[in-house]
Structures are given as structure tokens and as C-alpha cells.
Design a protein around this ligand. Structure first.
Ligand code: ZN
Length: 227
């Protein structure tokens, strides 16, 4: 049996032909390369920053300012010299899995927020709603780093592939972020939001935030574990 590897996400397919599209990242069959039967799977390209960047980083990704005058990286053209440090920071973040690490904060706290809001809605407890609000502040604080690291992973590990799976993931994550922001602003304007007539909408927004985080996390797991 032949083995085919997706050049975008490194998923390996066994069969005479490559699959019509990658079941993990969704790119078409022409992105699959044939692997030799007894060759080790190519995992190096999937994580361009995984090598020691000082010695043998791939040329395109490396932008060490010391040895050449032509640092590269997507940030360079926009931001000049300072971009060298931004590029290094970006490489480190992808190398050390900053996205899956940082995303655990909102993904752990969002269910707590949603449960507290629903409980407060049923019980009429202002304290539970306040607790939900305070928790949602931590979600808000995490959003910039989670969004940035997520974008960097998509850019560097998946070549910004505009496939369905990434569109759904980005859409779901954006939904969760927007719901969080709306919910916080709404509570600040009216802390008695659950006593008014629009309380159901406030509850829906918080449940939608949980759904968005859930979908995004599910796809993230699929991309990481490739099943
Ligand atoms: Zn793939």
C-alpha cells in the first residue's frame, strides 16, 4: 500500500491514490506527496520553527539579524528592523505551542461563565451573575494573545490555507470572542440585565460563546491529533 502525506498539515493517508481532499485540513489531492514505503514521515516541515533556530532553521523562516542583511519573514516588509525581533518572537510562539497553551484559559473559563449566567437566570441570584461577569473578564484579557498565536499557527504551520475547516474554526472563535465582548459591555451598562425583558438574549449570547469555543476547540483537537 502507498502512503501519501498532506504537505499542509502532514496527515498521512494509506491507499493507492491520495484522498480527494485532506480530511484534516481540507486541501485538495494535489497537495499530497507520495512517501516511500520505508521512509520516515516528514514532520520537519510541519513545524518550521521546531529546529534550533540558531543552527539550522529553514532559510525562509529564519531572520536572524546577525549574519545577513536580508532578514526575511512576513513582518519584515511592513515593520523594518523592529520586525526582526517580532519575527523571532513569532517563531518562538509557534515553536513552543503558544496557541494551544494560551487557549486553555478561555476554554476552561468560558463554560464556567455560561453555567453561572444560566444558573443566575434560573435562580435570580445577582451574585452568580457577578461571578460570571468577573470570569468573563479573564476571557477578555486572554483574547489578544489567543487570537495572535492562532493566526501565527495558521500562517506558519498551514500556509494560511483558506480551507473550510479553517474558515469554520476562525468563524467559531470570532463568534466566541464577539459574544464575550458584547456580554461584558452589556453587563457594564446594565448589571440587572437578567431581570429585564431581554434577559433571554443575554443568556443566548453567553451560550453561543460556549458553542463557539467548543467548535473551535474541537477543530483544534482534530488538527493536532489528525483524526
Ligand atoms: Zn492536510
Amino acid at each position: 500500500m502507498k502512503k501519501w502525506q498532506c504537505s499542509v498539515c502532514k496527515y498521512v493517508h494509506t491507499g493507492e491514490e491520495p484522498p480527494e481532499k485532506c480530511p484534516v485540513c481540507g486541501v485538495s489531492s494535489d497537495k499530497f506527496v507520495l512517501l516511500e514505503e520505508d521512509t520516515d514521515l516528514d514532520t520537519t516541515e510541519a513545524e518550521p520553527a521546531a529546529d534550533d533556530s540558531k543552527t539550522d532553521a529553514p532559510q525562509e523562516e529564519s531572520s536572524a539579524p546577525s549574519d545577513t542583511d536580508t532578514p526575511g519573514g512576513p513582518f519584515f516588509e511592513k515593520f523594518g528592523r523592529a520586525a526582526v525581533y517580532m519575527e523571532k518572537a513569532a517563531q518562538q510562539m509557534v515553536k513552543h505551542h503558544a496557541h494551544p497553551m494560551s487557549v486553555h484559559l478561555p476554554n476552561g473559563v468560558i463554560p464556567v461563565v455560561a453555567i453561572l449566567v444560566v444558573l443566575s437566570w434560573f435562580s435570580g441570584s445577582e451574585l452568580l451573575l457577578k461571578a460570571g461577569f468577573i470570569n468573563s473578564i479573564f476571557v477578555l484579557i486572554s483574547l489578544p494573545i489567543v487570537g495572535l498565536t492562532g493566526f501565527l499557527e495558521w500562517q506558519r504551520k498551514y500556509n494560511q490555507a483558506p480551507t473550510k475547516i479553517f474558515k469554520i474554526k476562525i468563524g467559531a472563535a470570532s463568534t466566541a470572542a464577539i459574544c464575550c465582548i458584547i456580554s461584558i459591555i452589556w453587563y457594564l451598562i446594565n448589571p440587572e440585565v437578567l431581570e429585564g425583558s431581554g434577559s433571554w438574549l443575554f443568556v443566548i449570547i453567553n451560550v453561543l460563546m460556549l458553542a463557539g469555543a467548543g467548535v473551535s476547540g474541537y477543530i483544534g483537537g482534530k488538527l493536532v491529533f489528525k483524526d
